[in-house]
Ligand binder design. Structure first.
Ligand code: NAD
Length: 383
C-alpha cells in the first residue's frame, strides 16, 4: 500500500513510518517541525538525541535500501495539503500531525487557541483534500482516550446504543475531556464522522492511550534512527517521566492522590495497531473507532511499578494537582477491536522498564531537572 504518515518527524510518527516501510509499504512522511519549535520555545529537548528528518531518512535508505518520501509543510495550509495528496496518491493517510500536549494547550489563551486552530484546521484541510481528490483514501486518525474523560459508565469503542423514551439509536459516545487539547480531538472526531456521513469517506479514529517506551525493532537498528524521549512536565508522558526521575534519583512526582486511571500502551503496539488499521480499512461511509490501549493503570500504580522495578532507592512525592481532574473514579474501557484484527499486546513488563532505565542512564547527563516540575496550571488567574 501507499501510506502517507503526517507528523512523521514526531515521537510516534517516525517509528510508525519505519515500521510500515519495513513491512513492505510505500511510505512518505510530512511534517512542519512544529514539535522541534516547541522545544525551542520551552527550552527543552528530547533526552535521547534525535537526528534531522533528512538524516533519518538517508540512514534508513543506507541500511535497508528502502526510500521514504518527505514533504515539509503545514497541514493548516490547504494548498500544501491538497498538492501533497494529489502528488503522492496514498491508499491510506495516517494523521499524527497535531499539537499533542494537554499542558501546552493550558499554558494560556494563546496556546489554547493555537492548539485548537492547528489541530482542527489541519484535519479539516485534510478531509477536504481527500474528498476532492480521492474519497477512497482511508483516513487513519490519531485521537486519544482522554477524549472520553472519566465517565461513571463503561467506555465503549466510540459509539453508544441509547434507548430514550422507548426509542433506540446508535450515537457517538458522549465525551467529557479534560483539556483544550483533548477537546480539539473531540472536535476532530465530530468533523470526521460528519465527512464520512455526507461524503462517504472511510475513516478509523484511534482513541489512543498514553504511550510508553522509546524503542521499536526498527529504531533500535542505529542510534541515528532513534525517536524522541521527553521528560519535561509539558511533553513528557507519565511513565517515561517516572523512569527518568527514578534514574536521576529525583522523587517521582504524582499529581494529587494518584488514583487517576488511564489507558496505556507500549510504543511497539502503537506501530502495530497503525499497520493493522491500514491493512484492514474502514468501509466507505464508515466512521470506525478503536480504543487503542492495552492496559489501564492508576498514576500511583505506575509510580509503584517503576519504584518496584528500579534497582535502587526511589521516593514518590505527591504534588498539588496542577490539573483539574477526578483523582478517584470508575474506569472500564472496551478495547477489543484491534485485538480482533490480530494485535498481540505487550504488557507493561519489567523488561521494558529495564530497557528504559538503560537508555536513561546513557543520556542522564543531558537532563535539565528544572523542566520536570509542573508549572502549567489548569486554573486561570485574574489579570
Ligand atoms: N504520545 C502519546 O502518548 C499519545 C497518546 C495518545 C494520542 N497521541 C496522538 O498521537 C499523535 C502523535 O503524537 P506524538 O507523541 O508522536 O506527538 P509529536 O508532537 O511528537 O508528533 C507530532 C508531529 O506532528 C507535527 N505537526 C504538528 N502540527 C502540524 C501541522 N499543522 N502540520 C504538519 N505537521 C505538524 C509536529 O511537528 C510533530 O513532529 C498526536 O496526534 C497525539 O495527539 C499521542
Amino acid at each position: 500500500m501507499r501510506i502517507l504518515v503526517l507528523g512523521g518527524d514526531g515521537y510516534l510518527g517516525w517509528p510508525t513510518a519505519l515500521h510500515l516501510s519495513q513491512t513492505g509499504h510505500e511510505v512518505a512522511v510530512a511534517d512542519n517541525f512544529a514539535r522541534r519549535g516547541y522545544d525551542n520555545e520551552l527550552g527543552a529537548e528530547s533526552l535521547v538525541p534525535i537526528e534531522s528528518l533528512q538524516t533519518r531518512v538517508a540512514v534508513w535508505r543506507e541500511l535497508t535500501g528502502k526510500s521514504i518520501g518527505v514533504y515539509i509543510g503545514d497541514l493548516c495550509e490547504a494548498d500544501f495539503t491538497s498538492a501533497m495528496i494529489k502528488e503522492f496518491r496514498p491508499d491510506a493517510v495516517v494523521h499524527f500531525a497535531e499539537q499533542r500536549a494537554a499542558p501546552y494547550s493550558m499554558i494560556d489563551r494563546k496556546h489554547a487557541v493555537y492548539t485548537q486552530v492547528n489541530n482542527v484546521v489541519g484535519t479539516m484541510n485534510l478531509l477536504y483534500a481527500i474528498a476532492e481528490i480521492d474519497p477512497s483514501i482511508h483516513l487513519v486518525k490519531l485521537g486519544t482516550m482522554g477524549e472520553y474523560g472519566t465517565p461513571n459508565i463503561d467506555i465503549e469503542e466510540g459509539w453508544l446504543e441509547v434507548t430514550h423514551n422507548g426509542r433506540t439509536d446508535r450515537v457517538l459516545y458522549p465525551k467529557r475531556p479534560g483539556s483544550f487539547y483533548h477537546l480539539s480531538k473531540v472536535h476532530d472526531s465530530h468533523n470526521i464522522e460528519f465527512a464520512c456521513r455526507i461524503w462517504n469517506l472511510a475513516a478509523t479514529d484511534l482513541n489512543q492511550g498514553v504511550v510508553y517506551g522509546q524503542q521499536t525493532p526498527e529504531t533500535a537498528l542505529d542510534d541515528r534512527l532513534a525517536t524522541r524521549f521527553d521528560y519535561d512536565a509539558v511533553f513528557g508522558t507519565v511513565l517515561n517521566r517516572f523512569v527518568i526521575q527514578a534514574v536521576l534519583g529525583r522523587p517521582l512526582t504524582v499529581y494529587g492522590a494518584g488514583g487517576q486511571t488511564r489507558g496505556i500502551l507500549d510504543i511497539r503496539d502503537t506501530v502495530r495497531c497503525i499497520q493493522l488499521a491500514c491493512e484492514n480499512p474502514a468501509q466507505p461511509g464508515e466512521f470506525r473507532v478503536f480504543n487503542q490501549m492495552t492496559e489501564s493503570m492508576s498514576i500511583k500504580d505506575i509510580a509503584a511499578t517503576v519504584a518496584r522495578c528500579f534497582p535502587g532507592e526511589v521516593t514518590i512525592e505527591h504534588l498539588d494537582n496542577p490539573r483539574v481532574e477526578r483523582e478517584e473514579h470508575y474506569y472500564n474501557v472496551v478495547h477489543t477491536g484491534l485485538v480482533e484484527l490480530g494485535l498481540e499486546p505487550h504488557l507493561l513488563s519489567d523488561t521494558l522498564i529495564s530497557s528504559l532505565f538503560d537508555i536513561t542512564k546513557r543520556y542522564a547527563h543531558r537532563v535539565n531537572a528544572e523542566l520536570m516540575l509542573p508549572k502549567v496550571n489548569w486554573r486561570v488567574s485574574a489579570v
